[in-house]
Write a protein that binds this ligand. Structure first.
Ligand code: NDP
Length: 463
């Protein structure tokens, strides 16, 4: 009998699908097919490879609504978010289709001959993808990997494999040859580990927790694999007294509660200058009240449930008495929203204010809709608090002073910052972490570098 995972709808707790849970042997067979498909894929002329990727992108667009409904059913995310993420996946494929014949080498002035560089594909790439943005993050890895001539094996999170499996079908429909893009559903501890250790896998592109990222890096060392790691975050949104407070407060729920807070870029620390704390909290309370939670298929809803009951228990744990609060007391909830009754892994948007920067909820990645509002005194204090974390992925700076915005943007140790905005991710711009949020860059033209090796060739012109 085939071993399967029951994939569940987090909003209804109803089973959605039974998906085979692949083992080591099947993973090895998949890698062997990927390796065998490599020479053929590399031989496809660049303009034709670009054409195939464009056709793939067009199919993702055409199937957009079905893919978005599937993502919402599997992850519980608001349908508006799923539509945006599927749209982004198509845009990513178009972007990298356009990059196929623009990722050029160089000629280098040297004595005695001509020196040139080539960007060579790595071979078989393994993409290990988490459950929070399944289709979007899959596309971030598939697009540049295929554009640069690699073949790719995707391991989706065991609980959210549905859109990745559909993507692989669409790639075939687009005419991308068999074996070039494959998806192996299964457990991280089985399929993921095998891919990371497999001698024929040249690179692992991992997104997930810092804990597993460390393990991936360590296991990959056995075969000196290339590794890129996009890991956790504890990002800060820094609100200065000179900011447009109405705008900053109105945007704050989107910065931390989007995708029910299950976002590595969630601004789960909201640092507010003490002189405007009271006013900001008033405005934030109104904004939280408008953050609608409910049936994620309803386009008016901004937030669905958490992904599993087990994950909800983890999130609840951050607010339980004794969780890092001196004396063992409970954290004080300042504002909270409401959630539907009945089945579903619901958790309300929650604001804790004022929070102490030493509390566990202010230090660890919660991955739930919980914001810790922390007061600060001046710019120096804001920089100190923003950087007081082992992570460095994202963040926002809210100020009306352009010079301060630039000073802060340079001083905060984070891979992606936005000024007077909560946006982190764009197809055209690089995305990735500093410190323990990982290394390597996804998206933008920068991603191409981590899916290729530079080869240097010197040709003597001596007689
Ligand atoms: P994980 O890091 O465990 O999972 C991410 C991916 O890695 C999944 O596909 C998982 O497979 C796979 N994986 C797990 N173990 C291994 C392994 N030993 N070798 C290779 N691959 C492996 O994240 P979780 O889903 O467990 O989430 C836990 C926490 O991590 C969250 O609460 C959050 O704090 C953080 N996180 C951060 C993300 C980010 O975007 N930076 C994304 C997801 C989580 P499988 O799921 O099948 O076990």
């Amino acid at each position: 009998m085939t071993d399967t995972t029951t994939v569940v709808n987090p909003a209804t707790e109803a089973p959605l699908a039974e998906v085979p849970r692949r083992g080591v042997e099947e993973t090895d067979e998949t890698v062997a097919r990927s390796l065998a498909a490599g020479p053929g894929w590399r031989a496809v002329a660049p303009a034709d490879r670009a054409r195939l990727l464009r056709r793939f992108a067009a199919l993702v667009e055409e199937q957009g609504e079905d893919l978005a409904q599937l993502e919402t059913a599997n992850v519980g995310k608001a349908i508006g978010d799923s539509r945006d993420e599927v749209g982004m996946a198509a845009e990513v494929l178009y972007f990298y289709a356009g990059a196929v014949d623009k990722h050029r080498g160089a000629t280098v002035p040297v004595a005695g001959g001509v020196d040139m560089t080539f960007h060579e594909p790595l071979g078989v790439v393994a993409a290990v993808v988490p459950w929070n943005f399944p289709i979007a993050i899959t596309s971030w890895k598939v697009g540049p990997a295929l554009a640069t001539g690699n073949t790719i094996v995707v391991k989706p999170a065991e609980i959210t494999p549905l859109t990745a499996l559909r993507l692989a079908e669409l790639a075939l429909d687009a005419g991308i040859p068999e074996g070039v893009l494959q998806v192996v559903p299964g457990r991280g501890s089985v399929v993921g580990t095998r891919l990371v250790e497999h001698p024929d896998v040249a690179k692992v592109a991992f997104t997930g927790s810092t804990e597993v990222g460390r393990e991936v890096m360590s296991r990959a060392s056995g075969t000196v694999k290339r590794v890129t790691l996009e890991l956790g975050g504890k990002s800060a949104s820094v609100v200065f007294a000179d900011a447009d407070l109405e705008r900053a407060a109105a945007a704050t729920p989107g910065g931390v509660f989007a995708n029910a807070g299950q976002d590595c870029c969630a601004r789960s620390r909201v640092l507010v200058q003490r002189t405007v704390l009271e006013r900001f909290l008033e405005l934030l309370t109104d904004a939280v009240a408008q953050w609608t939670v409910g049936d994620p298929t309803d386009p008016a809803v901004k937030m669905g449930p958490l992904v599993t009951a087990a994950h909800r228990r983890v999130v609840e744990g951050f607010l339980a008495p004794g969780m890092g609060v001196p004396g063992g007391g409970a954290v004080e909830v300042f504002a909270t929203g409401s959630v539907p009754e009945g089945p579903g892994f619901w958790f309300p948007p929650t604001v804790v204010a004022p929070a102490d920067p030493g509390w566990r909820m202010a230090r660890e990645e919660i991955f739930g809709p919980v914001a810790a509002v922390i007061p600060f005194d001046d710019e120096e204090d804001a920089v100190r608090l923003a950087n007081d974390t082992p992570y460095g992925l994202s963040g926002s700076i809210w100020t009306g002073d352009g010079a301060r915005a630039l000073r802060m943007a340079r001083a905060v140790h984070s891979g992606n910052l936005s000024v007077n905005s909560h946006s982190s991710v764009r197809v055209q711009t690089s995305f990735g972490g500093m410190k323990q949020s990982g290394f390597g860059r996804e998206l933008g033209l920068e991603a191409l570098a981590s899916y290729s090796d530079v080869k240097n060739v010197f040709v003597s012109t001596d007689d």
